[in-house]
Design a protein around this ligand. Structure first.
Ligand SMILES: Cc1ncc(COP(=O)(O)O)c(C=O)c1O
Length: 375
């Protein structure tokens, strides 16, 4: 129940134990086509250029930056947590001049802030982190995307934690470049980064003045492997693609809307139970993630000791706060397979016992009752 990797279905693990085939084997090539098709269905896009980059979510972040940025470009990036901060670093390494739009950690990036930044520059793209895993805040992106397009910029979105855990609608929202990760709400081990480029973003990447500085992440080269030419580029991680194929199949069997609703239900159950124990969600009300719950550490409670006891005595992993939130929050993940009522119940029970042992009067019975009545 940490911030990822989430638990993985046994059938995903089984898929990973299958014998290897070559990365140009007809069976694998067919599988690649199916993965691209299923990713389009999960991203809700018709983008032809949709495939998994070999590497974790950060590779997808780099993929978007290296392909779209040329040295000297302006880009606008929302920074309200660890991952916006990381994207600024990546974009600067590509030679961009970054105009940062900052919000306190735990709050969202407001469209008005983006509009103000756009009045000062002509950026290549505007980028935000949809679901900030470090803080538990979900930034709405439709309005921001509209503003970016009105200013002639592309819209880039980090969906590492949001994809398959809450609505992500690429085409409807006009997202031009997106990356995700396999290990959160897709419930697949870490190792691939699903990406998608709109025709407009692809045009930018293919008509650059300078070569993409990363050979490995250059979409101009990767397109020959993941497209119809099937030219060898790098040896695709076969086993990881087996896993993603099965994980995507499970997402689509459940149904996107059902999966989003499950994440919402279990978040509400956890939140209600925590509230009955006097614990509250620290991220901005109305914009709290369903898949990552940032819980404020109450005054006088030892954050690290609680987390350690959860792990050693209850076999429950939760995440710590990062940066300015270090020591101030626990991050409870309810992502993909991990998002179920049994886990919520176990987590509330464990918290109740630990807090009681620490001398706080915590009513676990009331928490479980509130959990049951939350939906
Ligand atoms: C929102 C977000 N973006 C990017 C990343 C980076 O992904 P990875 O750690 O898989 O490289 C993470 C990882 O947790 C994330 O939560």
């Amino acid at each position: 129940m940490g911030p990822g990797p989430s638990n993985v279905s046994p059938s995903v693990l089984e898929a990973m134990s299958r014998p290897l085939v070559g990365h140009l084997d007809p069976v694998f090539v067919k599988m690649m086509e199916e993965i691209k098709g299923m990713l389009r269905a999960v991203f809700l896009t018709k983008n032809e250029m949709t495939f998994p980059v070999s590497g974790t979510g950060s590779a997808g972040m780099e993929f978007c930056c290296v392909n779209l940025i040329e040295p000297g470009d302006d880009v606008v990036i929302g920074v309200n947590g660890v991952f916006g901060t990381r994207m600024v670093d990546v974009a600067e390494r590509c030679g961009a001049r970054v105009i940062k739009v900052e919000a306190p950690w735990g709050r969202i990036i407001e469209p008005a802030q983006i509009a103000a930044a756009l009045a000062t520059c002509k950026p290549k793209f505007v980028a935000v982190v949809h679901a900030e895993t470090s803080t538990g805040a979900l930034t709405p992106v439709e309005e921001i995307s509209r503003l970016a397009h009105d200013a002639g910029a592309l819209m880039v979105l980090d969906t590492v934690t949001s994809l398959a855990g809450c609505p992500v609608r690429l085409d409807e929202w006009g997202i031009d470049a997106v990356y995700s990760g396999t290990q959160k709400c897709l419930s697949c081990p870490p190792g691939l980064s699903p990406v998608s480029l709109s025709p407009r973003a692809l045009q930018v990447a293919t008509s650059r003045k300078k070569k993409v500085q990363s050979w490995y992440l250059d979409v101009n080269l990767l397109a020959s492997y993941w497209g119809q030419d099937r030219v060898y580029h790098h040896t695709a991680p076969i086993t990881m693609n087996y896993a993603l194929h099965e994980a995507l199949r499970l997402v689509l069997v459940e149904g996107l809307e059902n999966r989003w609703a499950r994440h919402q239900r279990n978040h509400k159950a956890l939140k209600a139970g925590l509230a009955a124990m006097g614990l509250e969600i620290a991220s901005q009300e109305g914009h709290q993630l369903w898949q990552l719950n940032a819980v404020r550490v109450p005054e006088g409670v030892d954050e690290m000791a609680t987390r350690k006891r959860l792990l050693t005595d209850f076999n429950i992993e939760v995440g710590a706060g990062l940066g300015p939130l270090k020591g101030k929050i626990w991050r409870i993940g309810l992502m993909g397979e991990t998002s179920n009522l049994a886990n919520v119940c176990a987590c509330l029970t464990a918290f109740g016992q630990i807090l009681n042992d620490a001398g706080r009067r915590t009513d676990t019975e009331a928490a479980l009752a509130a959990m049951g009545q939350s939906n």
